[in-house]
Design a protein around this ligand. Structure first.
Ligand SMILES: C=C(OP(=O)(O)O)C(=O)O
Ligand SMILES: [Mg+2]
Length: 568
């Protein structure tokens, strides 16, 4: 049994599918028979084309035309004589092997494209690199894994899964996944919860311990992975799986109830989503709104920026689905573990502390303005709230809001309708903002606390790094004091406070958050009904009476003990 971090509830039992990037190193060779090498190259190109066509078709069916386009771009490269002829010429003229000719030729194209003063051409560089890897794998006769092509029930085993790998996983076949690295709040873990795929992350060793085809059990509740289980173990976990399903049926009975505490105080339970389709999940799980729509996923899994029209359609779709329930849309929060290869931003030493989110948007105003226009145009189709991510200073908020107001005016001048009740708020995820929440509260309409980042910045413990995960402590008194400061500051100005970090759905944290006065809890859709069940059993008045005790404790352990003791 391998222990890791429980990332997404449920139990899965299936064959292992190893998702590993193959070793693509090769030795440069001189050759005698260029025609033989050219034949090898042509075969590799043909296999790559075949695969790309299948992937394109699969993506078109599962994710739509727009996402399939990237593969059409890849296919064009493989058919482009300006790319392929120089590779063949190099084999013939320099008498080198196909691997060397492919690598050196494509590298020189990548270098040229990367340095062009044109975003479109820079995007082509990333495409060339992607297809080259696939062709190279076929030349070297190593397997190139394609998560999108999985067509039998498996558990995906990987060192790490990027958010875009995770987005490609097909829920019908992928029963669960387990990774070496990552934490509960890394974005692949968050996505596994929205896809409702049981997952264990941060095991440090699962890729070493599991071979392709081994039978694997993933227990996403306990955070365990069992490799090649005995029949007895399989029976035990099948029972656990059935218990979990029964429990879900119990929770489902509260789907249409409002969220009231035992002493009749109301709180709002909203959900976090990454795609418009997930809005259906929110309603299915009884969500009272969307507390965080992470729009960056609209920008991922493709090879260029989404247009204003594409964004408008996506926002309108979510707003219409949610009807009069509020939808908090967060503007682009790119950076950290969410990369956009086509923007070709320079690598940074500390991406989580780097050029990301609102910092990027204020410097790339045309990208930001396009998003704001799409949002404003969609605003009349539902109940929209706009939220800026990673706000560290008041100036950032003022600048972002000024741009929003300018775009609103521009649209009105063009004769477009814009809703007149859009609240504008910020994520509180940087300690500087939490500390001076009082000053911010005078200017914003609401706060949503992003504990995923706030904890990593307060504790100086990378949320993705399993080696420091022991320091990533949601219940640390420093965190509780920051939360309390933000909530009190907002309430003093008559503003509401939500939380859209993963802590909002955490059963140990919920009693404390209720006591600190949090108004809105936004979580993975699947956490809503268990949270509602729990909150109906808690008295807000009693929890509030524990506030001073909680804030004056010395360690996270003491906080956990105290909460357990008071809620058992
Ligand atoms: C909700 C948050 O944003 P993200 O997880 O997307 O960084 C957060 O930081 O808590
Ligand atoms: Mg964040």
């Amino acid at each position: 049994m391998i222990e890791g971090i429980a990332a997404s509830n449920g139990v899965a039992i299936a064959k292992a599918y190893e998702l590993v990037t193959p070793d693509l190193t090769y030795e440069k060779r001189s050759i005698n028979d260029p025609s033989e090498e050219i034949k090898r190259l042509e075969n590799a190109l043909a296999t790559a084309k075949d695969e790309l066509e299948k992937i394109r078709e699969h993506t078109r069916q599962t994710m739509g035309e727009e996402h399939a386009e990237i593969f059409s771009a890849h296919l064009l490269i493989l058919d482009d004589p300006e790319m392929i002829t120089p590779i063949k010429d190099k084999i013939t003229n320099e008498q080198v092997d196909a691997e060397t000719a492919l690598d050196e030729t494509t590298n020189s194209f990548v270098e040229i494209f990367k340095n062009m003063d044109n975003a479109y051409m820079r995007e082509r560089a990333a495409d060339i690199q992607d297809v080259t890897k696939r062709v190279m794998a076929h030349l070297l006769e190593v397997t190139f894994p394609d998560p999108a092509l999985i067509d039998e029930e498996v558990i995906v085993i990987a060192s790490d899964l990027t958010p875009s790998d995770t987005a490609q996983l097909n829920r019908k076949f992928v029963q669960g996944f387990a990774t070496d690295v990552g934490g509960r709040t890394s974005h692949s873990a968050i996505m596994s919860r929205s896809l409702e795929i049981p997952a264990v992350v941060g095991t440090k060793e699962v890729t070493g311990a599991v071979k392709q085809g081994d039978i694997v059990i993933v227990d996403g509740m306990a955070g365990n992975v069992i490799v090649n289980p005995t029949d007895e173990e399989i029976d035990t976990y099948k029972k656990k799986q059935a218990d979990f399903e029964r429990q879900q049926e119990e929770w489902a009975k509260l789907k249409n109830e409002s969220t009231l505490t035992a002493d009749n105080q109301q709180v709002d339970l909203a959900a976090n989503i990454g795609t418009p389709e997930e809005a259906d999940n929110v309603l299915e799980h009884g969500g009272e709104g969307v507390g965080l729509y992470r729009t960056e996923f609209l920008y991922m899994g493709k090879n260029q920026l989404p247009t204003e029209e594409e964004q408008y359609e996506a926002y309108k779709d979510v707003l219409e689905k949610m009807g009069d329930k509020p939808v908090v849309v967060r503007t682009l929060d790119i950076g950290g573990d969410k990369e956009l290869s086509y923007l070709d931003l320079p690598e940074e030493m500390n991406p989580f502390l780097g050029f990301r989110a609102i910092r990027f948007c204020l410097e790339n105003q045309s990208i930001f303005r396009t998003q704001l226009r799409a949002l404003l145009r969609a605003s009349s189709y539902g109940h929209l709230r706009i939220m800026f991510p990673m706000i560290a200073t008041l100036e950032e908020f003022r600048d972002a809001k000024a741009i929003l107001l300018e775009e609103e005016q521009n649209l009105k001048d063009e004769g477009q309708t814009v809703a007149d009740d859009i609240e504008v708020g910020i994520m509180v995820e940087i300690p500087s903002t939490a500390v001076i929440a009082k000053q911010f509260a005078k200017e914003v309409d609401f706060f949503s606390i992003g504990t995923n980042d706030m904890i990593q910045y307060t504790m100086a413990a990378d949320r993705m790094n399993e080696r420091v995960s022991y320091l990533y402590q949601p219940y640390h008194p420093a965190i509780l004091n920051l939360l309390s400061n933000v909530i009190d500051a907002a309430h003093a100005e008559g503003k509401w406070v939500g939380m859209c970090g993963e802590m909002a759905g955490d059963a140990t944290a919920i009693p404390a958050l209720l006591g600190l006065g949090l108004d809105e809890f936004s979580m993975s859709p699947t956490s809503i009904l268990p949270a509602r069940t729990q909150i109906r059993g808690l008295s807000k008045e009693t929890m509030t009476s524990y506030k001073d005790n909680l804030l004056s404790m010395g360690t996270a352990e003491e906080v956990i003990e105290f909460i357990k003791d008071k809620t058992e």
